[in-house]
Design a protein around this ligand. Structure first.
Ligand code: ATP
Ligand code: XMP
Ligand code: GLN
Ligand code: MG
Length: 522
């Protein structure tokens, strides 16, 4: 959760009713240069009091307001008189709470719809015209059938009579459709109108302001204490390290852990790149023997992840001791990590996979966390990195998971398998770079499957491993699409891998999106 002292004064509060796309509302608001926070509906009253936002947005959600015990918006927010924009489920509960009616069992509507604008409104002033028809994206089963007093219909569609309805004088607006998704082409502009013209906020959320605010905050938190920062060479930890160094200088030491699960030549590249660019103390720990020994014979994905998580902790502890103790541990936790754990999903959310992340660290290490990126999305971290002057070689890197190649060798891991995977992965990335596609892809990697297949090479029989190639497009890693390579590219890359890597005789391409798949295979 956000702490109040980190909050910018001019903010929008997003009340989350559990929609799959709540994060997109935050993204759109941030894109207008205004700070916002998401809080689940059942904690929103507290957050409202702490944040003192200037406007509020209610998200959509999976529940039906007609169900008993379904979520409601805090009365304190409704009574505050602040401008409110309520989307889908938000519209339904807002209208109901103001005395309107909602019914289920009407025509369900998913996907594109065209709405017709009936009345002028500040919400789409300068964007949509009365009498015009505009495409929007709907996803609902229930609908409002009676508006609260003071509300009027502003736009309509065949299946959503109250596509937009509201009370202009009280600055209360509701939409049946989702303005936050890209399939509502003008949705971003509508949200910008709400934030700038209706709520009246200026664009003052930028990376320079953020950098200055965080530097002050880190200084206040750390005082004269010592900080260690796990540095992987990835964009999150690099940006975190440079920001913390700007704040507290030589009180910071970075620790790079080589767990033997890095990619080909990665350790040398990261160390050289970082040391050539920055004058920040960086300790290189070669812990590969311990990691590989403890992983031997383990094939369950969660067991592997937990072992790696524990060994990271032990390594950091030991290094802190060697440095004469450290009171703080810095990490590159991002906003999606934070809200994933607090957002309402209609019940206890299931663990899909335990990210190696250092969640268990503070108690065990007795170190306080320093998390300067916890308010940011990945692309905002990249923008902050540019603001801090990090070279593109850091900023443009594809994400690489903390557990490294261990989760790209499904099943048991051996040094031989890791070596085969390293070679294949390097060829794949080399081909991607050479073809100019690296920056179009969010993340790409090879996976070594625990399956051997029969092949024929040079008239001889082979019985070797299958290599799967994965490449995805994404904005924040929460959802992803497989990347559409040209077949010639895949064919050429497969040939190179099979010719150059001993141990692989077959290559396949993964065409699964997320959901239903995840990006990594374990
Ligand atoms: N090999 C490593 N050595 C030291 N710390 C690591 C290592 N791998 C991961 N970490 C720590 O774990 C955190 C989370 O890892 P994660 O992969 O999410 O971030 P990243 O590596 O900084 O960036 P990216 O997501 O772009 O790979 C990092 O910010 C870093 O503090
Ligand atoms: O630091 C990390 N520690 C982990 O344990 C971990 N597991 C997955 N990932 C990365 O997170 C993003 C989403 O991955 P999934 O779709 O596989 O969950 C992708 O970018 C993955 O590479 C991890 N990163
Ligand atoms: N997307 C939503 O917010 C859906 C709201 C509600 N669950 C409905 O089906 O109408
Ligand atoms: Mg990483």
């Amino acid at each position: 959760m956000q702490t109040p002292e980190t909050a910018a004064p001019d903010a929008i509060l997003i009340v989350d009713f559990g929609s799959q796309v709540t994060q997109l509302i935050a993204r759109r608001v941030r894109e207008t240069g205004v700070y916002c926070e998401i809080h689940p509906f059942n904690k929103a009253a507290e957050a409202f009091a702490a944040l003192q936002p200037k406007g509020v947005i209610f998200s959509g959600g999976p529940a039906s307001v007609t169900d008993e015990g379904s979520p409601r918006a805090p009365q304190s927010i409704i009574d505050s008189g602040l401008p409110i924009l309520a989307i889908c489920y938000g519209q339904q509960t807002f209208c109901l709470q103001l005395g309107g009616k909602v019914e289920g069992g009407h025509h369900r509507e998913f996907g594109r719809a065209d709405i017709e604008v009936l009345e002028p409104s500040a919400l789409y002033d300068g964007i949509w015209e009365v009498g015009g028809r505009y495409p929007v994206w709907m996803s609902h089963g229930d609908r409002v059938t009676e508006l609260p007093e003071g509300f009027k219909v502003m736009a309509t569609s065949p299946n959503a009579p109250f596509a937009i309805a509201g009370d202009e004088a009280k600055k209360r607006y509701t939409t049946m459709f989702h303005p936050e998704v890209v399939h509502t082409p003008d949705g971003g502009k509508l949200l910008a109108n709400f934030v700038h013209n209706i709520v009246g906020l200026k664009s003052d959320w930028n990376m320079l302001a953020y950098r200055q605010k965080m530097v002050e905050k880190i200084r206040t938190q750390v005082g004269t204490g010592k900080v260690i920062c796990g540095l992987s060479g990835g964009v999150d930890s690099s940006v975190a390290a440079v920001l913390i160094h700007e704040a507290i200088g030589d009180q910071l030491t970075c620790i790079y852990v080589d767990h033997g699960l890095m990619r080909l030549n990665e350790t040398e590249q990261v160390l050289t790149m970082f040391r050539d660019t920055y004058n920040i103390p960086l300790v290189h720990v070669d812990a590969s023997r311990v990691f590989l020994r403890e992983l031997e014979g383990q094939s369950d994905p969660e067991t592997k992840r937990k072992i790696i998580g524990r060994l990271f902790i032990e390594t950091f502890e030991e290094e802190a001791r060697k440095l004469g103790g450290a009171q703080f541990l810095a990490q590159g936790t991002l906003y999606p990590d934070v809200i994933e754990s607090v957002s309402f999903t209609g019940g206890p959310s299931v663990t899909i996979k335990s990210h190696h992340n250092v969640g268990g660290l503070p108690e065990r290490m007795n170190m306080q966390l320093v998390e300067p990126l916890r308010e940011l999305f990945k692309d905002e971290v990249r923008a902050l990195g540019r603001e801090l002057g990090l070279p593109e070689s850091f900023i443009g890197r594809h994400p690489f998971p903390g557990p490294g190649l261990a989760i790209r060798c499904p099943g048991g891991i051996t040094p031989e398998k890791l070596e085969i995977l390293r070679q294949a992965d390097a060829i794949y990335l080399d081909e991607i770079r050479k073809s100019g596609q690296y920056d179009k892809i969010w993340q790409a990697f090879a996976v070594l499957l625990p399956v051997q297949t029969v092949g024929v090479m040079g008239d001889g029989r082979t019985y070797e491993f299958v290599c799967a190639l994965r490449a995805v497009t994404s904005v924040d890693g929460m959802t992803a699409d497989f990347y559409q390579f040209d077949m010639n590219f895949l064919g050429k890359t497969a040939t190179r891998i099979i010719n150059e890597v001993r141990g692989i005789n077959r290559v396949v391409y993964d065409v699964t999106s997320k959901p239903p798949g995840t990006i990594e295979w374990e």
